[in-house]
Ligand binder design. Structure first.
Ligand code: HEC
Ligand code: HEC
Ligand code: HEC
Ligand code: HEC
Length: 412
């Protein structure tokens, strides 16, 4: 608690001290950084890493619902029908979550978990303190976000007291530590992907009840049976979890969210221990690049370091070819899904909910497969063969469903 107060104090000083005095202030000690979320304070000691982290990302988030009207139809009944913006770098994470139209006055604190290095300080306890995590989760987002003063930043991935050792990388999010118990003492090579996986992976809100009866929900990863989409769906089926009910078809659907860690682990690079860091934060003369924006802009220094025959031009062409194939499959499965929701809705209207149960089950299985790849955002690059397999399975499930619905006379 004392440490937490000290942290808050340090940050407030950082915020309110006039700039001229700030320059003259002695750099903070590494001990003090253990509770400091503000990356600028870290920059006083680790200047090159802060400089690349803070280098402006000029990307402007695009509203993907406007670009593809099918998305709002497929996510109808969930918060994603209100907004689904493209992402940008870590320094914008807090600003962007505050601005999203998915928030409501009743949004729970959980949504701050992966958006702010202030998370640990607000919880005020180590990641294995389940009671503190539950206590945090019972609060409202609007309440905790007022205490957050940093986006995704240094403290999320680093232990400031171990910066000169092999143990400088650290996983700080409780859900990932529960799902991957070895992460606490993992070698640096594994941590180069674990630190990313703690946020860039599929999760769900697990309801918890506090001793005094208040309710909260904590982040949990659904990978106890494995990380393939079939394992994840089986996990959710077993606990009867769904994220939203589709208003037209009545199907109980899953909303998959940024499963980069899972898909990467099923691709050629994950299989060969080529880490997220190798491609997204490559080593440069000024240390590791700390800007995660636009992997494709770093190709000159990444792909060719291992693939001697892949210069920037070939690498770009290879990536585009993989993505074009996956984009085409994503699009045709989206068409099938839109059609299947409409026809299942027509069947419900004609013959009642009970007659639509089988169709709703298939819709759940097919849309989860599509969403696993659609929400992953590498457009198949992280695991081309697995992405193709998953989308082909979804297409087959939907073709069979549409055929049987046509036999039922489901066509409008
Ligand atoms: C504490 C949570 C957290 C951690 C840890 C984290 N990320 Fe992120 N990452 C985010 C969030 C949130 C965004 C979206 C930010 C936005 O759009 O405002 C993001 C965005 C990104 C993007 C998209 C950039 C763009 O231009 O659209 C990439 C790539 C990325 N992260 C890679 C990584 C890698 C690699 C690691 C590990 C070295 C990592 N992230 C660790 C939360 C995290
Ligand atoms: C072999 C290199 C490589 C590895 C390893 C790798 N990525 Fe990527 N990643 C890419 C490329 C290339 C893209 C596509 C970029 C594009 O479309 O512009 C991408 C896309 C992404 C995106 C979407 C970015 C956006 O602009 O929307 C995120 C997030 C991301 N990767 C995170 C990760 C995480 C987390 C890991 C590890 C679990 C990882 N990547 C491993 C190369 C890699
Ligand atoms: C998303 C996770 C992540 C965040 C956020 C992050 N780092 Fe790093 N940092 C890494 C990774 C990964 C490495 C490479 C470690 C390795 O492979 O040896 C690294 C390495 C470093 C190193 C060792 C020297 C080097 O460049 O390899 C320093 C110092 C450092 N980071 C400082 C910072 C500072 C300062 C911030 C905040 C401004 C920060 N980091 C934010 C992941 C992160
Ligand atoms: C740290 C080393 C490393 C980096 C960096 C790296 N790769 Fe790879 N890549 C591998 C390894 C190892 C394999 C798996 C063995 C194999 O099939 O050659 C692989 C496999 C592949 C494959 C499938 C097999 C093939 O050669 O067609 C493609 C495509 C690929 N990489 C493209 C890229 C691209 C594009 C980048 C940059 C964004 C990149 N890689 C970055 C090491 C790397």
């Amino acid at each position: 608690m004392k440490a937490r107060l000290l942290g808050v104090l340090t940050i407030s000083l950082g915020l309110y001290t006039p700039a001229c005095q700030r320059v003259q202030r002695a750099p903070p000690t590494r001990e003090a950084l253990a509770t400091v979320a503000d990356p600028a304070e870290w920059g006083a000691i680790f200047a090159p890493q802060y400089a690349s982290y803070a280098q402006p990302d000029l990307a402007v988030p695009r509203e993907r619902l406007d670009e593809d009207p099918r998305l709002a139809l497929l996510y109808a009944g969930s918060a994603y029908e209100r907004s689904l913006k493209s992402t940008r770098d870590h320094a914008h994470a807090l600003e962007d979550v505050k601005a999203t139209a998915r928030l409501t006055p009743s949004t729970k604190a959980m949504c701050l978990t992966c958006k702010s290095a202030s998370y640990r300080g607000i919880v005020g306890a180590p990641p294995d303190d389940a009671e503190a995590e539950a206590e945090f989760s019972a609060r409202l987002f609007s309440d905790v976000v007022a205490e957050a003063d940093a986006p995704v930043a240094c403290l999320d991935c680093h232990d400031p007291l171990a910066m000169d050792t092999e143990r400088k990388l650290r996983v700080s999010r409780p859900a990932f530590l529960r799902a991957t118990p070895g992460a606490v003492s993992a070698p640096q090579g594994a941590l180069r992907s674990y630190v990313c996986g703690q946020c860039h992976s599929e999760y769900y809100a697990r309801p918890v009840v506090l001793a005094d009866g208040r309710e909260g929900s904590i982040v949990e990863h659904p990978t106890a049976r494995g990380a393939r989409i079939e394992d994840i769906i089986a996990f959710y089926d077993a606990i009867a979890h769904s994220d939203f009910i589709h208003p037209v078809s009545g199907a109980p659907l899953l909303k998959l969210q940024h499963p980069q860690y899972e898909l990467w682990s099923q691709g050629p690079h994950g299989a060969s221990q080529v880490s997220c860091t190798h491609c997204h934060m490559p080593s440069t003369d000024a240390g590791h690049s700390h800007s995660v924006a636009a992997a494709t802009a770093k190709i000159e220094t990444t792909c060719g370091s291992c693939h001697k025959k892949r210069d920037a031009k070939t690498a770009r062409a290879d990536i585009s070819a993989i993505q074009a194939g996956i984009d085409a499959r994503l699009s045709s499965v989206a068409d099938q899904l839109v059609e299947a929701h409409a026809q299942t809705g027509a069947l419900r209207a004609r013959r009642g909910d009970a007659a639509a149960l089988d169709a709703q089950r298939v819709l759940r299985a097919a849309q989860a497969r599509w969403d696993f790849i659609a929400s992953e955002n590498s457009r198949g690059f992280h695991a081309p063969a697995e992405s193709t397999r998953i989308l082909d399975d979804a297409a087959r499930l939907l073709s069979e469903l549409l055929l049987s619905l046509a036999h039922e006379g489901g066509s409008p």
